[in-house]
Write a protein that binds this ligand. Sequence first.
Ligand code: URA
Length: 231
Amino acid sequence: MIRLDKFLCDCAVGTRSQVKNILKAGRVTVDGVTEKDGSRKIQPGQPVCLDGEALSQTGTVVVMLNKPAGYVTATADEKEPTVMELLPADVRKWDVKPVGRLDKQTEGLLLFTNDGDLLHRLISPKKEIPKVYYAKHQGTATRADIQAFAEGLTLGDGTVCLPAKLEIVGEGESLITVCEGKYHQVRRMMASRNMHVDYLERREEGKLALGDLPRGQVRILTEDEINLLEK
Ligand code: URA
């Protein structure tokens, strides 16, 4: 026997507080009957549905974090705080791993999943998933910079980048779209055009946007959002 709210957390339906709201909204049924009481005990194998879909305890999950600066993207680090420390205990329990990486000082959209196949597909260079970054930087981008990004930059060490998009959004502010994830890529691309980046935030990954998710908070992606990721 297990409490319904614990079962829902174990199924990666949401964090404990999200599960409370999901129950309150009447979205969960046990044996086909709406159940709002999280303390209700359920038997192994008893049919539990969310929005009419059957749940199982071995569910996979994709979580979005709005990463603050000051955390390294790693599952463990001896010296620095890691992004794992930002995940609520409920989420950590699902054994999620970061999808790709953001630098210690970079903020914004970072995904985690416990689905190994999905993780490998998402970080595969073959996928070329576009990622949109907002940068505050020294200098202001010019038409020549936009052109150089579009043609594919060659960095100081000879690294050749895929064509990328640079959009000017203000004085010393740009949006940069890249389809690959080389080490310090955006900072190095901007530096190669003499624009030192002072602030960097990832705002979009594929068709997913950070939206109004507060800094330091996580949310669990819906099935539709997960499907969008690979489109
Ligand atoms: N490019 C960078 O330079 N840093 C990041 O964290 C992500 C992309």
